[in-house]
Ligand binder design. Structure first.
Ligand SMILES: *Cc1c(COP(=O)(O)O)cnc(C)c1O
Length: 365
């Protein structure tokens, strides 16, 4: 008997998630100085974490011998105040990715279907397959826009979860609040919308899910501290929804799923609105810089609304390789069915300029 024969089938069907390589690994592999490498591959915050969050994390480290508050009372209390919702409407996860998995534990099984866009965040498919459920992928519309009517049309009596990110990753395009509300209201009662708001803080005004939750629609919204809050390494995210939905998902959670340092940092990060505002403005300027530069190089791009841009470079993997040899890590998106495109995170002005210069060199423009 092989181990593969002994394993759960959902595990064996997992495609490998290709994360952006860490700087040190690229430096080792290519014999480069890590200090000279720029990573624009994982949509991390080029301005680092909020100083307030960092200070809180350092204070929490002094109590590392203690288990954290497994109910994450302080963080949920702070979130409840921020959103004007009840504390029992929040769940804290080891990154919002963990909440995606908890939703799988709670709601997925063989025979159940999950609807998502083709070229959407790979974790939706990983979670669906892990629990033996079936992914149903809907093509993107023109301009790589997410077609929410097509998403609704793919729902069947077997559908349990619909996954949607806005702004989407890797395409970067956002849907309107009206489109999203219409989708939620079109879903039959056995279907939950998992609305992934990982990049919502980059929008001037993010769609408000609270009215939909209040009117009893089945939706859970997911947020993360990995992107604009600059805490990707600490792994914290949260979900908010009707208390009945949260109560079910809480049952799938380990008692101490998020470490105390991360929970303290996340709580403090919520108090640093000034940092978020500054990062949003810096991102907007960096995005304009990249758009202008790509246009000058004659490259097509998708006007994205997150902190990254998708641009058409021909052979995405080849250009990624060539850029990496110049010390710039980007993200090819061939695995997302977009082999001609490259995803580039918005960096500091200097990093963006270096990326554009390297791209000009690689493409000989
Ligand atoms: C980055 C990202 C997340 C957040 O992941 P964490 O586990 O919170 O780090 C979730 N969804 C999408 C679409 C993302 O791009």
């Amino acid at each position: 008997m092989t181990y593969a024969e002994l394993a759960n089938q959902g595990i064996l069907t997992q495609p490998v998630y290709e994360a952006g390589k860490p700087i040190d690994q690229v430096a080792r592999e290519l014999g480069l100085d890590p200090a000279g490498i720029v990573k624009l591959a994982s949509n991390e915050n080029p301005l680092g974490p909020s100083p307030k969050a960092l200070a809180a994390a350092k204070r929490a480290l002094d109590e590392a011998q203690l288990y954290p508050d497994g109910g994450y009372y302080v963080l949920r209390e702070r979130l409840a105040r921020k959103w004007g919702l009840g504390m029992d409407q929040f769940i804290i996860g080891d990154g919002s990715n963990e909440i995606l998995e908890l939703l799988g534990h709670a709601f997925l099984a063989p025979g159940v279907e999950c609807v998502m866009h083709r070229s959407s965040f790979i974790v939706y498919k990983l979670v669906t397959l892990m629990f033996g459920a079936t992914p149903v992928e809907v093509p993107l519309g023109p301009g790589l826009r997410q077609d929410l009517q097509a998403l609704a049309a793919a729902v069947t009596p077997r559908t349990r979860l619909v996954f949607l990110a806005s702004p989407a990753n890797p395409v970067g395009v956002a849907n309107t609040e009206e489109e999203i509300a219409a989708l939620v209201r079109a879903l039959p009662p056995q279907v939950i919308l998992v609305f992934d708001e990982a990049y919502a803080e980059y929008l001037e005004r993010a769609p408000d899910m609270r009215p939909l939750i209040a009117e009893g629609r089945k939706v859970i919204a997911l947020r993360t501290f990995s992107k604009i809050y600059g805490l990707a390494s600490l792994r914290v995210g949260y979900g908010y929804a009707a208390r009945e939905l949260i109560a079910v998902v809480q049952r799938a959670r380990q008692p101490f799923n998020v470490n105390g340092v991360a929970a303290a940092a996340a709580t403090a990060a919520l108090d640093d609105e000034e940092f978020v505002t500054r990062c949003r403005a810096a991102n907007r300027a960096g995005m304009a810089q990249l758009e202008e530069g790509l246009a000058r190089l004659g490259l097509e791009f998708v006007p994205g609304q997150g902190n990254f841009i998708l641009t058409k470079v021909g052979d995405g993997v080849a250009v990624f390789d060539a850029l990496q040899r110049l010390g710039l890590i980007t993200r090819p998106v061939k695995g997302y069915g977009l082999p001609e495109w490259l995803r580039i995170s918005v960096g500091t002005p200097e990093q963006n300029a270096r990326l554009l210069a390297a791209l000009a060199q690689v493409l000989r423009r």
